[in-house]
Design a protein around this ligand. Structure first.
Ligand code: BGC
Length: 422
């Protein structure tokens, strides 16, 4: 067993936090995702047999139940924010990354639900009262139905729609926000919504659609950046990038070296390059490492250790990504990093090891300002539904009671002491 003896201190004012997204925890939302779930739950439950490994199927039999794929009341966070607040206090976090749900705020075009806005204001105010800084995500994937019915993200008008929604939020709630995330992992929705067809709108190899969405994203981000900065000149605005560390499986194989370079560029840098003048910091979501090979399926990971989702444990990758982002000379915040581990055997080490590599990057001059563990709570994991458990807290979905996993205690200590024992 590994002995931990070295104390690694983090910079003063390092922003320790946890992340969630509105749709994955709130419950009671109606949008393109909620409708998609109803149409697809049965299919997803049936497909689980051919999709997941025998171990995963045995450990998570709920993946065969269509109900697993219906977000429904989720973790009840919209009506139980005080319960989440208690967890945040227990964790000693200095910041909370949370989202607001566009479809709740604007269920019909131009008809804003001001009660919902007030509800969010109260939540933000409570965080402020408890000295918890706010990182607010404006869009974490679902779209109001009136937009998805008009072509969703491929429709140019989505820029104008998003602008109106953002103007309202900036006017009403902007004074309470410390950091903004305009778009969460924009490329993920292109990948799963328009290329491999896993997420709504289930398009496969729709290259034209992907290009349209990509261009709309860029315009949206630039517009919203302007709106926020016009009102709050010193605001901190970014996107949350879906990063990954991609490397050639064989360093001597020039084809793999080239393929890895191209893949790395598309995944981590292209979007940042397009909006770099409109980034006050870079939001980094890090989960993945891939060893690129020249033959299909083009990646071959060693997978010495994987989590419940089958995602490889490769903490060094976060360091590699951070080192490569240094060239942008911008502050960086790790807006997401986490693991699905229902037994919580692996999570404490996962957190510590990633932080060790973040610390190393900081020592080597990368300006990392904060770390947000994904996630505060178990949540609705999109097309996988409820079975993967990312939370520091588990949730009883009948009573909405939150229960700390042991790793919550580990993380709470790290946040309090501003250090890890490595
Ligand atoms: C997304 C989250 C998701 C997490 C784990 C990230 O890519 O932003 O919404 O829950 O991955 O799957």
């Amino acid at each position: 067993m590994k002995k931990y003896t070295k104390i690694l201190k983090f910079p003063k004012d390092f922003l320790w936090g946890v992340s969630t997204s509105a749709y994955q925890i709130e419950g009671g939302n109606k949008n393109d995702w909620s409708e998609w779930e109803k149409r697809n739950a049965k299919r997803l439950a049936e497909n689980a047999k051919s999709y997941w490994s025998a171990e995963q199927q045995e450990k998570f039999p709920e993946m065969f139940d269509p109900e697993n794929y219906i977000s429904g009341t989720a973790m009840g966070s919209y009506d139980n924010f005080d319960k989440d607040l208690e967890c945040l206090k227990e964790l000693n976090v200095k910041a909370y990354r949370m989202g607001i749900e566009w479809s709740r705020i604007e269920p019909q075009e131009g008809k804003f639900d001001m009660e919902a806005v007030e509800h969010y204001r109260e939540m933000l105010q409570k965080l402020k009262n408890n000295n918890i800084k706010i990182v607010l995500t404006l869009w974490h994937w679902p779209l109001p139905l009136w937009i998805s019915n008009r072509g969703g993200l491929t429709n140019k008008k989505v820029i104008q729609y998003f602008t109106k929604y953002a103007e309202l939020i900036v006017d009403e709630l902007g004074g309470l926000v410390d950091y903004w995330v305009t778009l969460n992992e924009p490329l993920m929705i292109i990948g799963h919504g328009y290329l491999d067809g896993k997420f709504p709108p289930n398009k496969k190899w729709d290259l034209l659609g992907s290009l349209k969405v990509f261009n709309n994203y860029i315009k949206i981000h630039k517009e919203i950046y302007k709106i926020i900065h016009n009102k709050f000149f010193d605001a901190k605005v970014s996107i949350a990038m879906t990063t990954g560390f991609l490397e050639p499986a064989h360093k001597w194989n020039l084809i793999e070296v080239l393929m890895a370079k191209i893949a790395y560029y598309f995944r981590n840098e292209l979007f940042v390059n397009k909006v770099k003048k409109q980034l006050d910091y870079i939001g980094v979501n890090y989960y993945h490492h891939d060893r690129i090979v020249w033959y299909p399926p083009f990646k071959k990971n060693l997978n010495k250790e994987v989590d419940d989702r089958g995602w490889e444990f490769y903490p060094r990758g976060i360091y590699e990504v951070l080192k490569k982002y240094k060239k942008y000379k911008k502050p960086i915040i790790i807006t997401e990093n986490g693991t699905a581990d229902v037994d919580d055997k692996f999570r404490p080490r996962y957190i510590r090891e990633h932080l060790k590599y973040i610390h190393k990057a900081i020592q080597e001059g990368v300006d990392v300002r904060g770390y947000f563990y994904w996630s505060l709570l178990d949540n609705f994991e999109w097309a996988e539904g409820y079975w993967p458990k990312f939370g520091l807290y588990s949730v009883d979905r009948k009573t909405f009671e939150r229960k700390a996993r042991p790793s919550a205690g580990v993380y709470s200590k790290i946040c309090k002491n501003n250090e890890i024992i490595s």
